[in-house]
Design a protein around this ligand. Structure first.
Ligand code: ZN
Length: 463
C-alpha cells in the first residue's frame, strides 16, 4: 500500500514540472562567436535564430536587428551585433569578426637565370611584386646575391613572405652605348673647321667609359662633300661599340649686300591664270625675274616653259603647296621637291637648283615636325640646291590693291640689293609689277634673275 504522503509528493512534483513547463525563456543559437576571414573575400553574416516562449506553449521567433560594419577590404577586428526584442525587453548578442591577410604576395620574374657583371654585388633585372592587400610592393623586394644564386624576397604588411631563387651567370655580353651630343648630321661651311660637339659612352658593367672613346674622321672642309666622324669604344670585357656622325661641307652663300642696286623679282605659287600677262609685262620692259613654281594649276604648265625660254629663272617652290604634307617629314619634303623638279625638267630640260621653301625658311607652320627647317636648310645645300628667302615682301597676300602692293615694295628700295616676294597667282600683284619696274629703272636699279650664286636673303630659322 502506497503511503499517502508519497502520492502527495508525486502529485506535487508533477504540478511543479507542469509549472516549469510554463516558465518563459529566450532561446538563441549563436555559435562561432569568433569568425576569421581572409581579406577581400566575401563575408556573409550567418545571422542568428532566436525565439521566446515556454516548453509547453512553444517558442516564437523574435525580431532581430543586425548591425554589421564588417569591411572585408580592410584588415581588422569587427563586431556584428544582434539586438533581440522580446516582450518589451531587449538583449544584445555579439559576434567578433576578424579580417586577416594570410595570402602571400606574388613575385613575378620574367627569367629563371640572370646575367651579372663580373665582380658585381648587385644585379639589375626586372621583377614585380604584387600583394592582394598592399598592392604593388616591388620596392620592398630584397635581393641577396650569394655566389651563383640570387634570392629575391618580399614580405607584405601581414608578414606573408614569398621567396624566389635564380641562378646567376657572371659575364658582360652587352655592348657599351655611345651617345652623340648635337645632331647626327652636321653642316659645315666650306673652309671652316670641324668642332666636335661631344659624346658620352656608358657601359652596363664598366660604367662611364667616355675617356676610352677614340674618334677618327676624313673631313676635308676645303672641299664640298659628305664626310664621316667615327667613334669607337671597347668596354672592360671586350665588347665593342661604334657609331658615326655625318658631316656635310656646303658652300658659303653670298649674303645680301648693300650698295649694288639690284632687284630680284621673285614670283611664288604659279603658274596660274595671270602668269602669261606677267610675262608680257616683263617682256615689254626686258626685265628678267624668277618663278618659284608649283603644280597647283597644271593647266598653266606651258607658262613655265615660256618663262624659261624668255630668260627667266625657274625655281622650285612645291609640288602640292599643302604645307602639312610637305613638312610632315624630311622624306615627304624631298618627295614633293623631286616631284616639282621632275615637272620642271620635263618642261624645260633644266635641273633647277633654286628652292623657295613654302612659307620661307623662317616659317613656323612646320613646327609639327620639330627642327625640320634646321635640317632641310642644311640638307638642301648639301644636295647642291640653294634656298632663297626674301628681304622685301610685297604684302600681296593681304591686299588686292595694286598701288598698295607696289608701294610696299618701293618704300623698301634704298640703294641696296633686294629679293622681292610676290605671287603671280594674284592679279593685283601682277598689276603692281609695272610700277615697281618703272620705279626701279628710273632709279638706277638692275633687275636680274636669281642663279645659284645670287644673294640668298636667308631668314632666321625658327624650327
Ligand atoms: Zn607659296
Amino acid at each position: 500500500m502506497v503511503k499517502r504522503w508519497i502520492i502527495g509528493v508525486v502529485i506535487f512534483l508533477l504540478i511543479s514540472l507542469i509549472g516549469l513547463g510554463f516558465i518563459p525563456f529566450l532561446d538563441t543559437d549563436i555559435t562561432d562567436e569568433d569568425t576569421v576571414i581572409e581579406v577581400l573575400s566575401d563575408y556573409k553574416d550567418p545571422g542568428i535564430k532566436s525565439c521566446y516562449g515556454s516548453l509547453i506553449l512553444g517558442c516564437k521567433e523574435t525580431k532581430v536587428e543586425v548591425s554589421n560594419n564588417v569591411d572585408t577590404t580592410k584588415i581588422g577586428d569587427y563586431v556584428v551585433t544582434y539586438k533581440i526584442e522580446y516582450k518589451n525587453k531587449e538583449k544584445v548578442l555579439k559576434r567578433n569578426v576578424r579580417v586577416v591577410d594570410n595570402t602571400a604576395p606574388e613575385l613575378e620574374i620574367p627569367q629563371e637565370q640572370v646575367n651579372a657583371c663580373p665582380k658585381a654585388t648587385d644585379v639589375n633585372m626586372e621583377y614585380k611584386a604584387t600583394d592582394n592587400y598592399d598592392g604593388d610592393i616591388t620596392s620592398k623586394v630584397i635581393k641577396t646575391l650569394d655566389n651563383d644564386k640570387l634570392t629575391l624576397t618580399v614580405e607584405d604588411s601581414s608578414n606573408n613572405k614569398t621567396t624566389k631563387t635564380l641562378s646567376v651567370t657572371y659575364q658582360d655580353v652587352d655592348k657599351p652605348t655611345i651617345s652623340l651630343e648635337g645632331n647626327d648630321t652636321i653642316y659645315l661651311s666650306l673652309g671652316s673647321a670641324y668642332k666636335e660637339p661631344g659624346f658620352t659612352a656608358l657601359d652596363n658593367c664598366s660604367g662611364d667609359i667616355t675617356s676610352k672613346v677614340t674618334t677618327s674622321n676624313n673631313i676635308n672642309s676645303n672641299k664640298v662633300g659628305t664626310y664621316e666622324v667615327n667613334y669607337q669604344v671597347v668596354d672592360d670585357y671586350n665588347n665593342e661599340a661604334t657609331i658615326k656622325r655625318t658631316v656635310k661641307v656646303i658652300t658659303n652663300q653670298p649674303t645680301v649686300s648693300k650698295g649694288n642696286k639690284i632687284i630680284y623679282l621673285t614670283f611664288d605659287d604659279g603658274p596660274g591664270y595671270y602668269t602669261n600677262e606677267l610675262l608680257d609685262i616683263l617682256k615689254e620692259y626686258n626685265v628678267k625675274a624668277t618663278f618659284f613654281v608649283t603644280w597647283q594649276h597644271p593647266g598653266y604648265a606651258n607658262s613655265i616653259k615660256r618663262a624659261y625660254e624668255e630668260g627667266h629663272a625657274i625655281g622650285l617652290h612645291t609640288y602640292s603647296h599643302v604645307y602639312a604634307n610637305v613638312y610632315a617629314s624630311i622624306d615627304a619634303y624631298f618627295k614633293d621637291l623631286e616631284a616639282i623638279n621632275a615637272e620642271v625638267k620635263n618642261l624645260t630640260g633644266i635641273d633647277s637648283k633654286l628652292i623657295r621653301f613654302p612659307g620661307g625658311s623662317s616659317n613656323t607652320v612646320s613646327r609639327r615636325t620639330p627642327n625640320i627647317m634646321t635640317y632641310l636648310a642644311g640638307e638642301v645645300q648639301a644636295r647642291g640646291y640653294q634656298y632663297f628667302d626674301w628681304n622685301v615682301s610685297s604684302g600681296d597676300t593681304s591686299t588686292n590693291n595694286s598701288t598698295t602692293i607696289a608701294n610696299n615694295v618701293i618704300k623698301c628700295l634704298n640703294g641696296g640689293t633686294y629679293v622681292v616676294l610676290q605671287h603671280d597667282t594674284k592679279q593685283a600683284s601682277v598689276k603692281a609689277v609695272r610700277s615697281i619696274i618703272e620705279y626701279g629703272l628710273a632709279n638706277g636699279y638692275t633687275f636680274l634673275p636669281l642663279d645659284i650664286t645670287s644673294p640668298a636673303a636667308h631668314h632666321h630659322i625658327n624650327n
